[in-house]
Design a protein around this ligand. Structure first.
Ligand code: AMP
Length: 281
C-alpha cells in the first residue's frame, strides 16, 4: 500500500496505473475506519479496480466546531486495516492540499432542494461542504468509479445528482449498510457512545424494520409518529423520521408502486447523533 499526502504525488502514482490501462476505484472517507468503509474497498477490488481511499476530515462540512474537533482520528489503526484489505493507494492529505490558498474550490451548484430536507434541515451548510470536497477529490483522483455507502443516503443522492448535472465521467457505486451483530449501523461515531447508549442504539434499526413491516397496515403519518414514540421510549431523541421518494427525497404521504421510497432516521443517543435508513417500498 502506497501512502501519499500531496496531490502532485498522488497524480504521479495514478498516472502509472492509467498508463497500464488500469481503472481507478475511489472511496472517500473521513477515517476512523470500520468494516463499512472496508466494504467499499472490497467492492472496488471486485470490479477489478486499482483502489484508492482518501482519509480527510473535511472542515467545510461540519456545521459545529466541537463536532469537528471531537471527530475521531485514528490514522495508524486505519492504515493497518487498509493494508489488510489490500488497498493500493491511501491519500491522506493535510487541509492545505485540498484547499490551497488562492484556489476557488467553492462549488456553485443548485441542488434542487435535495440539500434542504432531512440532514440539510438540521445541519445547515453540511451538504455545501460535502459537495465541495467530493468535487475537489473527484478533480484530483479522476476515478472511473466512486464507491459510497447507502448509510449516508442523502449524501449519495446528492453526489449522484452532482455527477449527472456536471457530466462527470465517474460511475457512482452504492454499497449496502454494514451493521453490527445487533443491527446498529457501523459508524465512526459509535466509538463515542456510552455503554448505556451503545445498548440502546440498535432500537433504530429495529424501529426501521418495524416501520417497513407495517407499511400496508398503518398510514405514513401514523408510522412516522409511532416510530418517534418508539425511539423516545427507548431513551433516544429522534430529530427526524422521514419516508421519502428515493430519488427526489421529497416526503411521501402515500405509497405508490412507481417510486421507490426510503425511511430515514436521525436520532441523538446522548451526545452522539446517529443516522440510519432502509428501503421502505
Ligand atoms: P465517512 O467516513 O463517515 O465520511 O464515510 C465514508 C464512506 O463510508 C461514505 O460513503 C459512507 O456512506 C460509507 N459508510 C459509512 N458507514 C458505513 C456502513 N456502516 N456501511 C457501509 N458504508 C458505510
Amino acid at each position: 500500500m502506497k501512502v501519499v499526502t500531496s496531490v502532485v504525488e498522488l497524480k504521479r502514482e495514478l498516472d502509472k496505473y492509467r498508463l497500464n490501462g488500469k481503472k481507478i476505484g475511489f472511496a472517500p472517507t473521513m477515517g476512523a475506519l470500520h468494516s463499512g468503509h472496508i466494504s467499499l474497498i472490497e467492492a472496488a477490488h471486485k470490479n477489478r479496480n486499482v483502489s484508492v481511499c482518501s482519509i480527510f476530515v473535511n472542515p467545510s462540512q461540519f456545521n459545529n466546531a466541537e463536532d469537528l474537533h471531537k471527530y475521531p482520528r485514528t490514522l495508524k489503526a486505519d492504515q493497518k486495516l487498509l493494508k489488510r484489505a489490500g488497498l493500493d493507494i491511501l491519500f491522506a492529505p493535510p487541509v492545505d492540499e485540498i484547499y490551497p490558498k488562492g484556489l476557488n474550490t467553492k462549488l456553485l451548484l443548485d441542488l434542487r432542494g435535495l440539500d434542504k430536507v432531512m440532514e440539510g434541515k438540521f445541519r445547515p451548510g453540511h451538504f455545501e461542504g460535502m459537495v465541495q470536497v467530493v468535487k475537489r477529490l473527484l478533480d484530483i483522483v479522476q476515478p472511473d468509479s466512486i464507491y459510497m455507502g447507502q448509510k449516508d443516503f442523502q449524501q449519495f443522492t446528492i453526489v449522484q445528482y452532482m455527477i449527472e448535472s456536471l457530466n462527470i465521467p465517474t460511475d457512482l457505486v452504492i454499497c449496502p449498510i454494514i451493521r453490527e451483530e445487533d443491527g446498529l449501523a457501523m459508524s465512526s461515531r459509535n466509538v463515542r457512545l456510552s455503554q448505556e447508549f451503545r445498548k440502546i442504539a440498535p432500537v433504530i434499526f429495529k424501529t426501521l424494520k418495524w416501520a417497513k413491516s407495517n407499511r400496508n397496515k398503518l398510514s405514513i403519518a401514523e408510522i412516522k409518529t409511532q416510530a418517534k414514540v418508539k425511539l423516545e421510549a427507548a431513551g433516544l431523541m429522534p430529530e427526524y423520521v422521514e419516508i421519502v421518494n428515493a430519488e427526489t427525497l421529497k416526503g411521501v404521504r402515500k405509497l405508490n408502486q412507481q417510486h421507490k421510497t426510503v425511511i430515514c432516521v436521525a436520532a441523538w443517543a446522548g451526545e452522539i447523533r446517529l443516522i440510519d435508513n432502509i428501503y421502505f417500498s
